[in-house]
Write a protein that binds this ligand. Structure first.
Ligand SMILES: [Zn+2]
Length: 358
């Protein structure tokens, strides 16, 4: 049978009883060795950064001889794999000190033989899958310390956590980079963490001042004025009741005819785009609003415009014409006016009077 025909598990010579163990002599093994380096990465303005939890465990790295030509080849290549079967690159091999480990007489303290057997079995299968069809011989198992934990950031009452994972030797020399804090609202990442004026944890690049109040908050909390582009907190914004666009409350103007708060872009010389040139309504729409305002049944030439928040209704009766504006959500009349047809002067109706009429 040729080498290519053999299943992967036959291509690796892992004999548990003959395994040589080693470790890295100068790797950090305790949290107090790691924590100053980990914590110094984060700058927390007016707050604290601490280790919220950390475990440091031995993990095996398999040093193997790989015979690229199969069983008959004589010059193997030495390679290193972690227990997931991932081959370590040259930078990782050097930074972990894998080419000059210190040999051990036995398994490291705390590693149960049954655990090692599992690691060896799974490692051999995964490495075989990576290296097939080459033949592999296990030279040594090098035990390296790997840390996993969380860094806790606190400013005031708000806290956030950043997870970390890496070989202790690479964490301490910066080769395994720590993850930055990611502002959950803006998505911007940094090792510099601040609180905005409302106490939200974020990064300096995500903080912007409200153009109205000057309050400095995470930029995504602010809204943009569709008119001026200015940015402000929601309480300083309003919607044009004709077009619906959000603009600063201070940018609203009042239509001199229907008296609604509108964007200057909706204003016309003789009213606004809500109350002027109202289109003729279809029968279904007229019926709906006549049920809401039964007095409409006495009027002719009914024209209706609905926007996101308002209904503008105009109609005629004899020599008279009328205009009513109502809130679509609660159907309350907000403005009612009457005028003589063909004359421009409107007479404002009392709202209670308008509800009685319509
Ligand atoms: Zn108007």
């Amino acid at each position: 049978m040729s080498d290519q025909a053999q299943p992967p598990s036959d291509q690796i010579a892992f004999e548990p009883g003959a395994v040589l163990h080693a470790h890295i002599a100068d790797q950090p093994t305790r949290l107090f060795e790691l924590s100053p380096v980990l914590l110094s990465k984060y700058e927390v303005e007016n707050g604290t950064v601490t280790i919220a939890g950390c475990s440091i465990d031995d993990e095996p790295i398999f040093e193997v001889a790989r015979f690229a030509g199969g069983a008959g080849s004589s010059e193997p290549v030495v390679q290193f794999f972690d227990q997931t079967g991932w081959q370590l690159d040259a930078d990782t091999v050097e930074s972990l000190g894998l080419e000059s480990p210190a040999n051990l007489q036995q398994l490291p303290p705390g590693i149960r033989p049954s655990h090692f057997q599992n690691c060896l079995q799974q490692g051999s299968q995964r490495i075989s899958a990576q290296t097939s069809p080459d033949r592999i011989e296990l030279r040594r198992v090098i035990w390296c310390k790997r840390a996993t934990g969380k860094i806790s950031i606190r400013i005031g009452e708000r806290t956030a956590q950043v997870a970390f994972l890496g070989w202790t030797r690479r964490l301490i020399n910066g080769a395994d980079p720590l993850a930055p804090f990611v502002c959950p609202l803006s998505g911007k990442a940094s090792y510099h963490i601040v609180a905005d004026d409302d106490g939200r944890l974020t990064v300096p690049e995500a903080v912007t001042a409200c153009d109205v109040s000057g309050r400095r908050v995470v930029e995504t909390v602010l809204e943009n004025s569709a008119l001026s582009g200015k940015r402000a907190l929601p309480q300083y914004m309003a919607s044009c009741c004709v077009g619906g666009e959000r603009i600063l409350q201070s940018e609203l103007v009042t239509c001199k005819v229907c008296e609604q708060a509108i964007s200057p872009q909706a204003a016309l010389a003789n009213g606004c785009r809500g109350c002027q040139d109202i289109p003729k309504a279809d029968a279904e729409t007229v019926q709906h609003w006549t049920e809401v305002f039964p007095g409409l049944a006495k009027w002719k030439s009914i024209k209706i415009r609905e926007t996101h928040s308002r209904v503008f209704i105009s109609a005629t009766k004899g020599w008279h014409r009328m205009l009513i504006v109502a809130d679509k959500s609660n159907q309350q009349i907000l403005c009612a006016k009457q005028a003589l047809r063909f004359f421009g002067t409107w007479r404002k109706l009392d709202i209670d009077e308008a509800h009685k009429l319509f």
